[in-house]
Design a protein around this ligand. Structure first.
Ligand SMILES: NC(=O)C1=CN([C@@H]2O[C@H](COP(=O)(O)OP(=O)(O)OC[C@H]3O[C@@H](n4cnc5c(N)ncnc54)[C@H](OP(=O)(O)O)[C@@H]3O)[C@@H](O)[C@H]2O)C=CC1
Ligand SMILES: O=C(CO)COP(=O)(O)O
Length: 326
């Protein structure tokens, strides 16, 4: 909007109330601090016509991962000509008994999509809406397409890099939510009353490094590049999510010996905490997978600890003796 584009902000069927609220003069989204810019028009799903979709030069999907199938089907029904589509959604998909990134699964489900663009990197929505400096990465197998989209979107406070490692960016985007749960648990597991935030820093730093190492290994397993885990979509986004995301709010409570079901029924009721979905997805890889090296607790101790806490709904346990210090 700040670059002068006209933006149609289309809600899903479950967003009708919020679309009406933010569409009123002075209406503010409950998670944001100020009204939308004047050139952003919120529109309810029922009012979005095929002609609106037809008129769009660029489509950006921002539903959470459980809504991705709905979004893909909605677009498949409405798109009459090929278009590039960008996704901020952070999640994984199943392919038979294995796992793939959304970059791997969505193109065949949406034949009108001429290019899949993955948006990754550290970007808390409220901060971006307040125009705080943010750096993100746009990924596409066709790097020129990523560059053209970035040119439309970049501003002085929203800085963009591009890569052709779309699988790596998409893998890290989902994995960092999952690992943020474990790293954030370490922020509260060892309280330090001498600090304002009451958090010991050493355990968090050790777990953060472990998370990054494991993320790099899993990124390669998805078919992405190892380096991507050490860039904005990997450790950059892990840092922001541990510092201020919803997944870390869950992790903080797990560090206090609470369980996932208890926290999700209370403080985080109704919130989007996608690391839980990613944990369930990743558990498929703990079983032997033909043609792939097993994911063992020796190389992925933090992943095991998070998956155990989520699947067994038990308090989070991470033994520092298992850190894979090389
Ligand atoms: N917030 C952030 O800072 C960032 C978020 N992202 C990613 O963007 C995506 C959206 O995040 P965010 O906007 O914060 O999440 P929200 O939960 O605020 O919004 C997600 C949207 O998807 C809708 N939705 C959920 N399930 C379904 C479904 N089954 N069918 C149709 N629609 C559905 C939600 O409806 P309802 O509200 O009713 O659940 C809501 O409109 C996530 O994948 C997130 O990881 C990426 C970067 C930053
Ligand atoms: O992805 C995010 C920032 O880049 C937001 O993280 P949460 O989904 O944990 O709030």
């Amino acid at each position: 909007a700040d670059n002068g584009h006209t933006v149609l902000l289309a809600g899903t069927p479950v967003d009708t109330d919020i679309i009406a609220r933010i569409g009123k003069a002075g209406g503010v989204h409950p998670k944001l601090d100020q009204p939308l810019p004047g050139n952003v028009r919120p529109i309810a799903n029922a009012d979005l016509s095929d002609a609106d979709v037809e008129a769009a030069d660029m489509i950006v999907v921002g539903v959470s991962s459980p809504g991705i199938s709905w979004a893909v089907e909605r677009l498949a029904g409405a798109m009459k000509r090929p278009r590039r589509i960008a996704f901020v959604t952070k999640g994984l998909d199943k392919a038979g008994s294995s796992l793939v990134t959304l970059a791997g699964s969505l193109p065949s489900r949406l034949p009108q999509m001429s290019a899949f663009l993955g948006i990754g990197g550290p970007c808390i929505a409220r901060e971006l809406a307040n125009r705080k400096p943010s750096a993100c990465v746009y990924a596409c197998a066709d790097r020129q397409a990523a560059g053209e989209f970035a040119a439309l979107m970049t501003t002085d406070y929203y800085r963009l890099s591009t890569t052709d490692d779309v699988v790596g960016v998409e893998a890290c985007a989902a994995l960092k939510n999952f690992y943020a749960i474990g790293v954030a648990a370490m922020q509260t597991r060892y309280p330090d009353s001498a600090r304002a935030d009451a958090q010991s820093k050493n355990p968090t730093a050790a777990a953060f490094t472990q998370a990054t190492r494991e993320m790099a290994r899993l990124c390669e397993r998805f078919g992405g590049r190892r380096d991507t885990a050490f860039d904005l979509a990997g450790l950059g986004d892990l840092h922001v999510t541990v510092g201020g995301g919803r997944n870390s709010r869950l992790g903080h409570e797990l560090g206090r010996d609470r369980t996932v079901s208890d926290v999700m029924a209370k403080e985080l009721a109704g919130e989007t905490v996608e690391g839980i979905d990613t944990a369930r997805m990743l558990s498929a890889w703990l079983q032997p997978t033909p043609g792939l090296e097993p994911i063992g607790p020796d190389r992925f101790p933090l992943a095991y600890a998070i998956i155990d806490a989520v699947l067994q709904d038990t308090p989070f346990k991470f033994d520092f003796a298992t850190l894979t210090i090389s």
